[in-house]
Design a protein around this ligand. Structure first.
Ligand code: G3P
Length: 222
């Protein structure tokens, strides 16, 4: 298999807000350059332009809506995040759930604007359903393990391998990420050994006292 994809979600953590968003992105860019591993970040929406202006690395939005140009107050418009510097977006994160119709609309809009789409899911059946929509990635994250420090790749390996198998049957072009509690080299290694092509993670890196060192530890067994 090829090099894994690491997507770091900043959520609304203080450490990843404002100038902190830029500093963590620099750490990611440096580790990515040193290792050759693709690392992308998902800062808060108002920080996308700031990060894109100062650091060269792939940036994802934490959310986008399936709206076009027009009368949509308070929505996240795909064209706007693309022009701000994003190359992709999370859709349906566990902390930003959407209806099935909204997921489909958001994915359609992401494709229209040339944004990569990562649909987040919570179990094997929802992962299979998401894969049928043909996003670039699905990211399986059991909600109960998010932010727990207990890695999904060790606590619930079946949900990762089951998702990988389900997606392979539905659309082998869709890549599978897993997330929740991932922070150490062993966690990423276990995730890859279960067949996932990367990880979606947050607290273990964003809240670390030294995010660069935490990232170096994360990739040490790749
Ligand atoms: O989007 C990543 C996520 O929900 C996992 O969070 O803090 O368990 O790595 P965390």
């Amino acid at each position: 298999m090829g090099s894994p994809f690491i997507l770091l979600n900043y959520k609304t953590y203080n450490q990843g807000t404002g100038q902190g968003a830029v500093e963590i992105a620099r750490a990611c860019r440096n580790v990515s350059e040193e290792s050759g591993i693709e690392i992308a970040v998902a800062p808060q929406l108002p920080d996308i332009y700031r990060v894109a202006s100062e650091v060269e690395l792939p940036i994802f939005s934490q959310h986008m809506d399936g709206v076009g140009a027009g009368s949509f107050t308070g929505h996240v418009f795909g064209k706007c995040i693309k022009e701000a510097g994003a190359v992709g977006t999370l859709i349906n994160h566990s902390e930003r759930r959407l209806t099935l119709a909204e997921i489909e609309a958001s994915l359609k809009a992401a494709k229209e604007f040339g944004l990569k789409a990562v649909i987040c899911t919570n179990n094997v059946p929802t992962t299979a359903a998401a894969a049928a929509l043909e996003p670039d990635y699905v990211a399986i994250e059991p909600p109960e393990l998010i932010g727990s420090g207990i890695p999904v790749s060790k606590a619930d390996p079946e949900v990762v391998s089951g998702s990988v198998e389900a997606v392979a049957k539905i659309n082998s072009g869709v890549k599978v990420l897993c997330g929740a509690g991932i922070s150490k080299g062993e966690d990423l290694r276990a995730a890859l050994d279960l067949g996932s092509q990367g990880v979606l993670l947050a607290s273990g890196i964003v809240k670390a006292s030294d995010p660069k060192a935490a990232l170096e530890d994360l990739i040490r067994l790749v």
